[in-house]
Design a protein around this ligand. Structure first.
Ligand code: 13P
Length: 252
């Protein structure tokens, strides 16, 4: 089995217009010297996927969309298709972010469709899962993670798992400055890998990358990345600052 390649992804959420987004992408590109052992991904808003992709031409940094529809085209007002995001330069898609689940009521079934749509059209799909504070305090964390994982990956063939990355984002750690401790994160990642092994098989579990997200900062990235089951990070706030994100992608 080959070693899992680290993946650091910046989720810009609903931030940046053309000028500041392009500047941010350029500044991140300057901080990224190109590595054999890690991949870097930026997820700008839909409106600037093309511009950011152009800015990053010739750099090793890849572009992702923050969400994607399962259909190629049709009457889906307000949605964006896998073909469209690929046309705009994206190679990956985040699906099932907790903000989509909580604010926009996306269901596990919908997220499963998005994931399969992304995979079908050749995108790398990043499936986000994570428990709320209430669920953690009630001792339901593992149950929630397993449920989201099983429903999110439903009917996805083992062979398609090469195009899937899991992002563990505890909801209580997102945008709160309250990172999961490295022990809490490692425990959840090891659990997720175990579930992948039960859904598929051990080799699939061993090959699938699991990212941590939730208040990742220059000050905690190194200890998080030192954990055996943490293969990368999905970064929100700190990805909007080129210096901070530059330090994160250059984790040691
Ligand atoms: P923060 O890094 O701002 O906590 O956001 C994490 C996140 O939601 C990334 O998808």
């Amino acid at each position: 089995m080959g070693k899992r390649k680290a993946l650091i992804a910046g989720n810009w959420k609903m931030h940046t217009t053309v000028v500041d987004g392009c500047r941010l992408a350029m500044d991140v590109a300057k901080a990224c010297t190109g590595y054999a052992d890690r991949e870097i991904l930026l997820a700008p808003p839909f409106t600037i996927l093309s511009e950011v992709s152009h800015v990053l031409e010739g750099s090793p940094i890849m572009v992702a969309t923050q969400n994607v529809c399962w259909e190629e085209k049709g009457a889906f007002t307000g949605e964006i298709s896998p073909v469209m995001v690929k046309d705009a330069g994206a190679v990956a898609a985040i699906v099932g972010h907790s903000e989509r689940r909580q604010i926009f009521f996306e269901t596990d079934e919908m997220i499963n469709s998005r994931l399969k749509g992304a995979v079908k059209f050749g995108l790398l799909a990043i499936l986000c899962i994570g428990e709320t504070l209430d669920e953690r305090e009630k001792g339901h964390t593992f149950q929630v993670l397993e449920d989201q994982l099983r429903k999110g990956l439903k009917t996805l063939a083992p062979g398609d798992m090469t195009r899937v990355v899991i992002a563990y984002e505890p909801v209580w750690a997102i945008g709160t400055g309250k990172t999961a401790s490295k022990e809490q994160a490692q425990e959840a990642h090891a659990f997720i890998r175990g579930v992948l092994g039960r859904i598929y098989e051990k080799t699939v579990a061993e090959q699938t990358r699991i990212l941590y997200g939730g208040s990742v900062k220059p000050t905690n990235i190194d200890e998080l990345m030192a954990q055996p089951d943490i293969d990368g990070a999905l970064v929100g706030g700190a990805a909007l600052d080129a210096e901070s994100f530059g330090r994160i992608i250059n984790f040691r």
